[in-house]
Design a protein around this ligand. Structure first.
Ligand SMILES: Nc1ncnc2c1ncn2[C@@H]1O[C@H](COP(=O)(O)OP(=O)(O)OP(=O)(O)O)[C@@H](O)[C@H]1O
Length: 231
């Protein structure tokens, strides 16, 4: 299975991201780093701004301030480099509803690569061949999520932004995704994820709590009750 292009730098730096919706300040001075080969988890209550942060980094919406730096280049401005380096699984579906799984994947993979990945790669690991001819509008939530993950890794990204990526998946698929993410890290990839899932928390090397627009480092020790008390 192919994983990521090694990015040849020690880390990704996210600096001073800010976002207001009208007068409501959702993100204030969000700054942190992600080391190569590691996973950072952003935790917080519903509505605290996790999806907003990831969608800004993915370039889906604009922040008011801030930088997403790789080797001194701001990926928020360099869209070509961002498309090459960053894979994004949004919380909702990014798929084209009228197209089949195959046709959605063809927007991301070339035909030969797609056949290979379906028979013996990440797409086969995700079990996408089971519903390859199904239009997205007839898929279950979990199938859409599997397809969305499959699209996000097409260009062998070095950075994965995962917004509750495993939330709708069945247990078999969750287990496969966790193993894939462990290997992705082991191959030097960077992961930034949001989650409400304890097993996914355990994949992370660093954790932050997002609360009232601010990011605070948190030392997760497996004690969910303590974590809930802080959220
Ligand atoms: N397009 C928008 N316009 C105005 N307000 C928005 C918009 N998108 C999100 N919000 C608000 O911004 C805040 C943060 O939303 P966001 O979706 O980022 O939260 P979240 O932490 O991802 O929540 P969840 O855990 O439920 O997914 C919420 O109060 C939400 O209502």
């Amino acid at each position: 299975m192919t994983y990521c292009h090694i990015i040849g730098t020690k880390m990704i730096e996210i600096s001073n991201i800010q976002k207001k919706y009208k007068k409501k300040m959702v993100l204030q001075d969000i700054s942190f780093t992600i080391q190569e080969g590691s996973c950072v988890g952003i935790l917080g209550c519903n509505g605290c701004g996790k999806s907003t942060l990831l969608s800004i980094l993915a370039g889906v919406q604009r922040g008011d301030e801030g930088e997403f730096l790789w080797q001194g280049k701001n990926l928020l401005q360099d869209t070509k480099l961002r498309a090459q380096l960053v894979g994004y699984v949004p919380q909702g579906s990014p798929l084209l509803e009228e197209l089949t799984a195959w046709d959605n994947l063809l927007l991301w993979y070339d035909r030969g690569e797609l056949k290979k990945e379906l028979s013996d790669g990440v797409l086969s690991m995700l079990g996408i061949d089971e519903f390859i001819k199904t239009p997205v509008r007839k898929m279950s939530g979990g199938m859409k999520k599997r397809l969305s993950i499959g699209c996000s890794v097409a260009r062998q990204p070095s950075v994965l932004l995962l917004d509750e990526a495993s939330a709708a998946l069945d247990l078999i698929c969750k287990e496969r995704i966790y193993n894939y993410l462990k290997d992705f890290k082991a191959h030097g990839g960077c992961i930034l994820l949001t989650t409400h899932d304890v097993q996914e928390l355990e994949l992370c090397d660093k954790w932050y709590i997002l609360k009232e627009g601010h990011l605070m480092p948190y030392n997760y020790d497996g004690n969910v009750h303590r974590l809930v008390g802080i959220l």
